[in-house]
Design a protein around this ligand. Structure first.
Ligand SMILES: *Cc1c(COP(=O)(O)O)cnc(C)c1O
Length: 348
């Protein structure tokens, strides 16, 4: 049943695809003299290809999150997974996708690259989901709906009830991008994986784990979705350095938790100080490690900060974000300097 449903969403060419079978997939033993992959016998251990199924790392992630290995696929960053979703489920020139605005920019870039029509429904003025608008906007060829929660750049999480309604009524896959979930108090949608065959949860080691450099994104979904995406992914998409570093850092859950607490504490402190500066009209609430501020002259303030060596994101041209700049929380020294420079802008 569920498998038929998932296959009905996938591209026929992917269902028919016989994937590339690498040497390390044809023979999966770890012992022996390997003369099968045209590798160089010198330069051990870097001469050997990494595990294409990243089994040890996926087992570790499965253990941390209490899910099955079969429900996990890793990407060279979440960005690779977003692209894999398009290539697995969307027929170029025919299918379309849906997301909200404002949200993460990569959804559109990946849709455009894959020649998939990109549709958005603007959030409500309080940044909540327009559930009816989204459901009305989706059609027979709408294969994917991306919901980023906590949402980038607005910082808020969407209501569980709203997401639930979409999961129940939307006919394609619902991808919940949880890149910032660890900074919020919300429960991950991971626990609902078994209730919704159309749910894909995206997470990343780039933010809360502090590992943006190694490029490691994670998707959790029904086994059949994972199987289809595995057919499409490049065999050795996660290099050995990233696999090793991820395994090392995933052991240190307590350090991660400690750093998240530090970031949240200095975020709240920074937001409180910015609220007292008159040039800042509004500091938006957030459940992530970034937040929006509203000012009268966003371009001027942005440039002034750049001139003083501070780079933030100008989001003032996004829907609902007039006058808005997005600030990522730094360390205490960075935050103090930011406050100081913004105060000096007031007095300019
Ligand atoms: C930063 C971010 C990611 C993470 O992307 P990676 O490719 O894993 O670094 C994913 N989604 C959103 C919305 C983000 O802001």
């Amino acid at each position: 049943m569920e498998i038929d449903f998932i296959n009905s969403l996938a591209r026929q060419s992917i269902i028919n695809l016989k994937p590339y079978s690498s040497a390390r997939e044809e023979y999966t033993g770890t012992e022996g003299i390997f003369m099968d992959a045209n590798e160089n016998p010198f330069n051990t251990p870097w001469n050997r290809y990494p595990d294409p199924s990243q089994l040890v790392l996926r087992e570790k992630i499965a253990q941390i999150h209490g899910v099955e290995v079969a429900n996990i696929i890793l990407g060279n960053g979440s960005d690779e997974i977003i692209d894999l979703l398009f290539r697995t489920f969307c027929e170029p020139g025919k299918d379309d996708m849906l997301t909200v605005a404002p949200s993460y920019g990569m959804y559109k870039v990946c849709a455009d690259i894959n020649n998939i029509k990109y549709n958005t429904v603007i959030l409500k003025s309080d940044f909540n989901l327009d559930v009816d608008g989204l459901l009305e906007r989706s059609g027979d060829n709408t294969k994917l709906m991306f919901l980023c929660s906590p949402n980038n750049p607005t910082g808020n999480c969407f209501d569980d009830k709203d997401i639930e309604k979409i999961l129940k009524h939307f006919k394609g896959l619902v991808i919940i991008d949880e890149a910032y979930i660890e900074f919020s108090n919300r429960k991950s949608w991971l626990s609902q994986l078994n209730n919704y065959p159309n749910l894909v949860v995206l997470q990343s080691l780039s933010k809360a784990w502090g590992l943006a450099a190694i490029r490691l994104g994670i998707a959790y979904a029904h086994e059949e979705i994972i199987n289809l995406m595995f057919k499409v992914k490049p065999p050795y998409n996660i290099n050995i350095f990233s696999q090793k570093k991820a395994l090392e850092v995933l052991e240190k859950l307590n350090i991660k938790e400690k750093r998240i607490k530090q970031i949240l504490k200095s975020r709240d402190d920074l937001m409180n100080r910015l609220r007292k500066i008159s040039v800042i009209k509004k500091v938006y609430p957030t459940e992530a490690n970034f937040f929006l501020i509203k000012v009268d002259k966003p371009d001027e303030l942005y440039q002034y900060l750049v001139q003083n060596g501070i780079i933030i994101r100008n989001r003032s041209r996004e829907p609902l974000c007039e006058g808005c700049l997005r600030i990522t929380v730094g360390n205490i020294k960075h935050n103090n300097y930011l406050v100081k420079i913004i105060k000096s802008f007031v007095h300019k």
